[in-house]
Design a binder for this molecule. Structure first.
Ligand code: TRP
Length: 333
């Protein structure tokens, strides 16, 4: 069998994951486990680039996220899961790459400018924040990854990673680093409860681990087609976030039936939501159950990460020996 290609991806530890995260990134990772040699990690140093003033939650968020990963189906037998700050080699490669990365490449990075505007309450005019993509490049190429599964928002970072890897290989006449390809995931955009993008900062999320009670409560209050004021008014399902959820959680005949029922006013929003609730609860119940088991056995979870860290580290040690050598460091002969 041909050797499987290697992919790597990371998430910043923002705490419990919501359905947008589940359908956007995590389900894709779970699929990829069967096709590729996978490395998935918690990017806690990256979290610090924006949360440095209030870092208190990062540690707890790291474990919440790992618990969600495991509960949703990342399998330590199939992939390597680790925590970025446990692998100091990332920091060393970040330092060395910073020597060769031209400043204008970073200054013209669109996310650098955008985030400063979007998160204006935070002072992001820091060296660490400017260097965010250099650390990300180090994360990726230290594993000599061939592919990086990411969403569209991360494409500029992967492009920069490719440029840095090429520059390194060229400058030191080596082929240590493969040039990684972005693996773009086409994902259905899952709206939040209010119809906007699902995001923690909007407070419009359903979390993977929400209880049945809370799922019922949230979906019952969810926005629908605002034009459909009375029960007998016909509606447009395409406008209703509830219908976007049906497309993900209900069978094709059910989807067709609620769409028709909405357009003809045969089914009211309450009934439509009831059906959705049933399907969402059924889908999330096994994930919640698994999570409760892992929560009760944190030793096992810590062990999974310890094993993942060790596997990750040994790849980094291999890479860094070569990197140091071509950069004139160590090993006097
Ligand atoms: N920047 C990514 C995000 O915000 C997280 C990340 C850090 C990452 N290092 C990475 C993703 C390496 C892929 C590969 O989502």
């Amino acid at each position: 069998m041909a050797e499987r290609k290697r992919i790597l991806s990371g998430m910043r530890p923002t705490g419990r994951l919501h359905l947008g995260n589940l359908h956007g990134a995590l389900e894709n990772w779970i699929q990829l486990q069967n096709q590729y040699e996978c490395f998935f990690f918690v990017a806690d140093w990256h979290a610090l680039t924006t949360e440095y003033a209030t870092p208190g939650a990062i540690g707890a968020n790291t474990w919440e996220m790992v618990l969600d990963w495991l509960s949703a189906g990342l399998d330590p037998e199939l992939c390597t899961m680790f925590v970025q700050s446990d692998i100091k080699e990332h920091a060393e490669l970040f330092l060395l790459l910073s020597m060769i990365t031209p400043l204008p490449w970073l200054e013209r990075n669109p996310t650098y400018k955008e985030q400063q505007v979007q998160l204006e309450q935070k002072d992001l005019a820091t060296y660490g924040f400017l260097g965010y993509p250099v650390l990300q490049a180090a994360d990726i190429i230290i594993y000599r990854a061939n592919g990086v599964p990411v969403g569209k928002d991360q494409l500029p970072h992967v492009e920069l990673t490719r440029e840095i890897a090429r520059r390194f290989n060229f400058m030191y006449q080596t082929e240590i680093f493969p040039i990684p390809d972005p693996l773009l995931t086409e994902v259905p955009v899952l709206p939040g409860l209010d119809g906007r993008k699902m995001s923690k900062s909007y407070g419009n999320c359903i979390f993977i681990t929400d209880s049945e009670h809370s799922i019922i409560d949230k979906i019952s209050k969810m926005m629908t087609d605002p034009q459909r004021v009375r029960r007998n008014d016909p509606g447009d399902p395409e406008i209703s976030p509830v219908f976007a959820y049906h497309k993900l959680y209900s069978t094709p005949p059910e989807v067709a039936d609620v769409a028709d029922g909405c357009r003809t006013a045969r089914i009211g929003c309450v009934e439509c939501k009831k059906r959705l609730i049933r399907n969402v609860v059924a889908k999330l119940a096994p994930i919640r159950e698994k999570r409760l088991k892992f929560e009760a056995d944190m030793d096992k979870v810590r062990d999974i990460i310890r094993t993942g860290n060790a596997r990750a580290r040994s790849e980094c040690v291999f890479t860094m020996e070569r990197v140091r050598q071509v950069m004139g460091l160590g090993n006097p002969t």
